[in-house]
Ligand binder design. Structure first.
Ligand SMILES: Cc1cc2nc3c(=O)[nH]c(=O)nc-3n(C[C@H](O)[C@H](O)[C@H](O)COP(=O)(O)O)c2cc1C
Length: 376
């Protein structure tokens, strides 16, 4: 298709790309491609990261009208007794397969910058966008888990340089998606007569998200992506992050929305919901959790006292540090309303047992979200 005029891009994306639709609170699924999903626990579940099980979850999400499916990009596990995230489906292949099994939902690939050349990533993205008729999305991660990056013979470079590299990586991709026969000469990439066909279906390119939370990460999001994902710890910090991302984007004459993520434990009664949450924590794999927190620099010296670190640890066990939505359907909707009121435009969700709990969410929570005006 011919290029949409820059003045019409916003309207084009609103009309054609689910991530930009009119639902006040977009909904998605996070981490369904990995063993243990987003819960670092031995609590019993029927969830398994097989292709067939992933298809069942994605088809249900599609039927319920969710906007996005976001896999975790993972190359190695985090040890512990769960060997957390050990077994996982590769994200670009996964996105293609999920696209072929769905009709409306957007399928993302969570791509590590140093593990794939930007021209190859751009080619895969354009191909999946063609296969899905414009439903592909890219989640960009720079990499922080040293053994993963070193496995590729690459070096885990200094933190802010990772975002400089990501900036070049994405610039090369954007040029490949919109130009032909271009040269690029940067510090990290050199492209001679860059060529790419087919171009993506989405205009000007596929939807892009990123979860950078450092200053360099927020600046990268503001310059380049459509939605930044924040971790909500306190209301004050969330308010600061939301304002900061939007202010930075405005300085680049663009818009960048903000979304978040978290685990859902929803049952008919608060007591039952709390029991599920407590069971996840009680069966938690603290060794894997501490490994992750150490890698992320979350230790008692830099993050306050032992109790703060333990509370954060519980949140990692129950949903990768995301916002826990625990309670009855009414209570979960109340919490989502509160979070939306802060300026959060979307929520990617995980469950201990994705498939049956998503079914319950569709039956019991989604109608209430509609009544609350969070979904059309
Ligand atoms: C919703 C969400 C999804 C993420 N997905 C991944 C992932 O799949 N793989 C990964 O290595 N890191 C992932 N991360 C980590 C981020 O890429 C990033 O490193 C982290 O948020 C810290 O930000 P900073 O690099 O700006 O300090 C994710 C973070 C969030 C909040």
């Amino acid at each position: 298709m011919s290029a949409v005029h820059p003045d019409d891009l916003h309207a084009w994306r609103q009309a054609h790309v689910p991530l930009f639709n009119d639902n006040p609170l977009k909904l998605g699924i996070f981490g369904q491609n990995c063993s243990n999903g987003c819960t670092i626990t031995h609590a019993p579940t029927s969830f398994e990261p097989t292709y067939a099980h992933n298809v069942a979850i994605s088809k249900l999400a599609d039927r319920l009208g969710l906007e996005l499916l976001v896999p975790v990009g993972r190359w190695k596990h985090f040890g512990g007794s769960t060997r957390f995230n050990e077994n996982n489906l590769e994200v670009y292949t996964w996105a293609t397969a999920m696209a072929c099994n769905t009709e409306r939902v957007m399928v993302f690939a969570t791509s590590h910058v140093p593990t794939v050349h930007p021209l190859f990533a751009a080619k895969q993205a354009a191909t999946i966008d063609q296969i899905s008729a414009g439903r592909f999305g890219l989640n960009i991660v720079c990499g922080w888990f040293r053994p993963e990056i070193e496995m590729f013979g690459a070096e885990l470079i200094a933190h802010d340089d990772r975002y400089r590299m990501a900036d070049e990586w994405l610039t090369c991709m954007k040029r490949a998606w919109t130009e032909q026969d271009f040269d690029f000469d940067g510090d990290f990439y050199h492209i001679k007569q860059g060529f790419l066909l087919p171009k993506p279906v989405q205009q000007p390119w596929p939807a892009i998200i990123n979860a950078g939370s450092s200053e360099a990460g927020r600046e990268f999001s503001a310059r380049h992506v459509d939605f930044n994902f924040i971790t909500i710890t306190t209301e004050e910090e969330a308010a600061f992050l939301i304002q900061d991302v939007k202010r930075r984007a405005a300085a680049h004459r663009r818009q960048c929305g903000v979304m978040t993520y978290g685990l859902v434990c929803c049952r008919d009664t608060e007591k039952e919901a709390r029991e599920v949450y407590d069971s996840i924590v009680r069966h938690g794999d603290w060794e894997a959790t501490e490994n992750i927190m150490r890698l992320l620099g979350i230790e008692s010296t830099s993050f306050g006292n032992q109790e703060t670190v333990r509370n954060l640890g519980e949140r990692f066990i129950a949903g990768w540090g995301g916002y826990p939505l625990v309670g009855t359907p009414e209570q979960v909707v109340e919490q989502m309303q509160k979070i939306h009121a802060m300026g959060i435009e979307g929520f990617i969700l995980s469950w201990l047992d994705y498939l049956p709990e998503l079914e319950y969410f569709g039956e019991r929570v989604m109608p209430l979200l509609k009544e609350a005006g969070l979904r059309l």
